[in-house]
Ligand binder design. Sequence first.
Ligand code: NAP
Length: 249
Amino acid sequence: MEDSSTRTVVITGGSRGIGRCIALKFSDEKANIVLVHYDPDESAAQETLDLLDGKGIQAESHKVDVSSFSHVDKLFAQIVDSYGKVDVLVNNAGITRDTLLMRMEEKDWDAVVNVNLKSVFNCTHAVIRPMIKRRSGWIVNISSVVGQIGNIGQANYSASKAGIMGFTKTVAREVASRGIRVNAVAPGFIETDMTASLPEKVREKFLEQIPLGRMGKPEEVAEVVYWLCSEGSSYLTGQVIHVNGGLYM
Ligand code: NAP
């Protein structure tokens, strides 16, 4: 019989990178884990499920485009049906379509803003009523250092990540009295598929600007996300926590 204190954690973009590490971190407390991803190639999601396998927890993945309001709504209804509740939502799914503004096409803007920012609205909207009813919940939105400081070639991405910061603060104010905490984490330059394709020159330029002198590991972001959903951070809401090796202070 499952203990009712077992948390159900939904992680968008949980198939790889930072999202996979967040899932592994939550598996330590034996939470139920629901991963959301979108690539028709399910191999990364399956690899994450394999890593979670054997930890004695319930874990599953769903192939859903988080930028679709109706599909997200359906998915969360299904999750609440299966698990009875969502305790933790980590809005982590994200993409880039980098190019200078003068070359940026409408589709590059729309794709990035829809997947990175609209998805945060979609998923939060889908969980907020049941969380308010239960007077309990944790939401962590994954922003980025470039939402704070900007970055050449990332007008779409930095706008989406800055939007997440404003959204986080507003929703935090709206639901604080209902026992729900909403925070954001803004990673710097982290070793994942997203940064693997960057040209060596860009990588070196970034590294020169990081006081700690190295890229971050996805596990280092996952630690902070987990902490934001734990008692240790009980007096924090509406905050943006920067995990960037000092790149932005
Ligand atoms: P990643 O390795 O590229 O993984 C991205 C994840 O998002 C994958 O699980 C992917 O699943 C999922 N995803 C993409 N589009 C989706 C969609 N439409 N619907 C559902 N899921 C979708 O990225 P990451 O580096 O771990 O980044 C995770 C988050 O951290 C992102 O929000 C990113 O912007 C942010 N971030 C990353 C860095 C960094 O340096 N890596 C820095 C700052 C912020 P599929 O492959 O199955 O589609």
